[in-house]
Design a protein around this ligand. Structure first.
Ligand SMILES: [Mg+2]
Length: 387
């Protein structure tokens, strides 16, 4: 059976800051999504990671189906109404357009979708992140799909031995998003050269090379600031990953996420902290909004999902979280000094950008020191401090 799996998420407001949606908001969302089961949708699961609501939906309508996207959009709108009524912080903050135009992409919510012929034992994993940029999964997915030091299936399984094809999005090109397709292992160093920059490049999808029509992973690559033209919140990527058999085993992703790699995000979207694997429905952390990711494992038959297994909830992950917390505490000790703070080009809140611009006129060129090639600091003319 050909099935589409759609994962659509948005932050439409949270309690007491950027923490988690309210129970009332979740109830409205669950009711609306559940109501579509048996008609538009085959099955669905609703949850949240930090302040991000996420809808996992199975259906037969293909990716980018306007009705499925409209359901998600309308549900976010209804949730926003409740969020506003409760005075939730940042109510509707990820809904950046007024009129629905057939697809949530480019409107604020993040989405990841995969269409495939269901295997007899279809295993899949969903990832929902909070307080981080769209390249937050670059390192763990690179390790799981391209590095035999982390992914022994690349050596041990004929299904994986040919490697995987990486579709990588350049999210910060002046002419718009652009895609490059590179095959691992032949182009491994080129893939690494791009993925190291998690603020600009992000994996958009990964495909089997032995079975080229089989998509292994889909990752949301929306940059909210490219839609709004200014900082409005972190991108918090969602991802769907098929596992087992021709793909890495579910447990082969564990050590890759156990690294707790530093990613951009957290407080004011302007810092680097390690990505912490957390159980589902975890509120954002009051420790500087450390970036977090949850992972749910599902089996599926005829589009019907089992109950989820909370993949970062077993006892082992408490130890990983302790280590990640220690990394985060060490990094925060150096306060605003880079790399604890993101580089200037990535600073999202306008205050410091505008302030540096104002300092421009106080600088004077030192005689004989160069040809003036350094770019001016500060915001371009006309950019105002949003605060
Ligand atoms: Mg968020």
């Amino acid at each position: 059976m050909r099935i589409t799996v759609s994962l659509i998420k948005a932050d439409i407001g949270a309690i007491g800051g950027h923490t988690a949606p309210s129970a009332e908001v979740l109830a409205i969302v669950r009711e609306r999504i559940q109501k579509a089961k048996g008609s538009l949708l085959i099955d669905a699961h609703v949850g949240h990671t930090g302040d991000d609501l996420a809808f996992l939906m199975t259906h037969t309508h293909g990716a980018d189906d306007p009705r499925v996207h409209q359901l998600a959009w309308d549900t976010f709108l209804a949730a926003t109404e409740k969020a506003k009524g409760q005075g939730l912080y940042g109510a509707g903050q990820d809904l950046l357009r007024d009129a629905f135009s057939g697809n949530v992409r480019g409107m604020g919510p993040g989405s990841a979708e995969i269409e495939f012929d269901e295997r007899p034992s279809e295993a899949l994993m969903t990832l929902v992140a909070d307080k981080c940029g769209p390249g937050a999964f670059n390192l763990p997915l690179y390790l799981a799909f391209a590095d035999p030091m982390y992914s022994p299936g690349l050596l041990l399984s004929e299904g994986l031995h040919d490697g995987f094809t990486f579709h990588i999005m350049d999210m910060d090109h002046t002419e718009g998003d652009r895609l490059i397709v590179l095959e691992a292992p032949e182009r491994l160093y080129d893939i690494a050269a791009l993925l190291r920059d998690t603020n600009r490049y992000a994996i958009e999808s990964i495909w089997s090379r032995k079975y080229p029509t089989e998509q292994a992973a889909a990752v949301g690559t929306t940059r909210l600031r490219n839609i709004a033209g200014r900082y409005v919140g972190k991108d918090d990527p969602p991802a769907i990953i098929r596992t087992q058999k021709m793909f890495p085993a579910t447990e082969e992703f564990g050590p890759a996420f156990g690294v707790g790699a530093f990613v951009g995000g957290d407080t004011r979207g302007s810092h680097n902290l390690p990505l912490m694997p957390v159980p589902m429905n975890t509120p954002a952390s009051t420790f500087f909004c450390v970036p977090m990711v949850s992972a749910l494992g599902f089996s599926m038959h005829d589009g019907i999902l089992t109950e989820p297994i909370d993949l970062f909830a077993d006892p082992f992950w408490a130890h990983v979280r302790d280590r990640v917390a220690a990394k985060a505490i060490e990094m925060r000790k150096q306060g605003f000094f880079e790399p604890a703070t993101l580089p200037f080009s990535e600073l999202e809140y306008g205050g410091i950008v505008v302030r540096l611009g104002k300092l421009e006129k106080e600088f004077s060129i030192r005689d004989g020191s160069g040809d003036g090639k350094a770019a001016p600091i500060g915001a371009p003319a006309g950019v105002e401090d949003p605060d």
